[in-house]
Design a protein around this ligand. Structure first.
Ligand code: MD3
Ligand code: FE
Length: 200
């Protein structure tokens, strides 16, 4: 019960999920997954990442930021696939297209600690998340660290829309349940988050 959070279980049908995986294989060939590290400490994330769109989110010793180029190849990020733009236009309720699609890849023991997404200039747009592959245990709390939290299982094809007050809630991934999906040949989980970064 988080105001502004919409959970659309199984919103993406299997053919669309398969199309997305094919699009992502091409995108990752051009914009390889990288291992972000924490600002200052340089401690690596257990999740690997890449981005699609005009801006991509990166984290390195210098900090968190959005930038137009891949940190390793120096090339622009690949385009956001049509399936995702169509999804945004259908469910976001926001009249401008997203600028960033962060791609998070979780293998076996990967997780994501509780955090808020606050590196964007526009918090009026929702963040839209698509889960592909193995099921994850998603945790969501309130706007303050240390508040009450709850969990939700995210299965392949599930869509979450974080709008309104939920946009600035703490959230993370406790763990991924290995072997719960056959969508990805080598297992694991992909999460795609569509974001508006700048004010239109
Ligand atoms: C609630 N990703 O990329 S998706 C992230 O599954 C991120 O990889 C997780 O947190 C993942 O920043 C969770 C669901 C999600 C995404 C963004 C949110 C929930 C959110 C932004 C605000 C509130
Ligand atoms: Fe997040």
């Amino acid at each position: 019960m988080t105001p502004g959070l919409r959970y659309l279980p199984g919103h993406l049908a299997l053919p669309e999920q398969r199309q997305l995986v094919e699009d992502l294989r091409l995108a990752v060939a051009a914009a390889p997954l990288f291992t972000p590290v924490m600002p200052r400490t340089g401690r690596p994330f257990s999740v690997r990442m890449t981005n699609l769109g005009s801006l991509g989110w990166v984290s390195d010793r210098a900090g968190y930021r959005y930038q137009p180029l891949h940190p390793d190849t120096g090339q622009p990020w690949p385009a956001i696939p049509g399936v995702l733009l169509a999804l945004w236009r259908t469910v976001s309720g926001y009249s401008h297209d997203p600028e960033a699609c962060l791609v998070n890849f979780y293998s076996g023991g990967a997780r994501m600690g509780l955090h808020r997404d606050e590196d964007e200039d526009d918090f009026t747009a929702p963040v839209l998340s698509v889960s592909l592959g193995d099921t994850a245990i998603f945790r969501i709390g309130g706007p303050e660290r240390g508040g009450k939290t709850g969990t939700l299982k995210l299965n392949s094809g599930d869509v979450l829309v974080m709008g309104g007050p939920s946009r600035l809630c703490y959230h993370g991934i406790d763990r991924v349940l290995t072997g719960t999906s056959t969508l990805l040949k080598d297992g694991g989980r992909i999460n795609l988050t569509l974001r508006r970064v700048t004010k239109p």
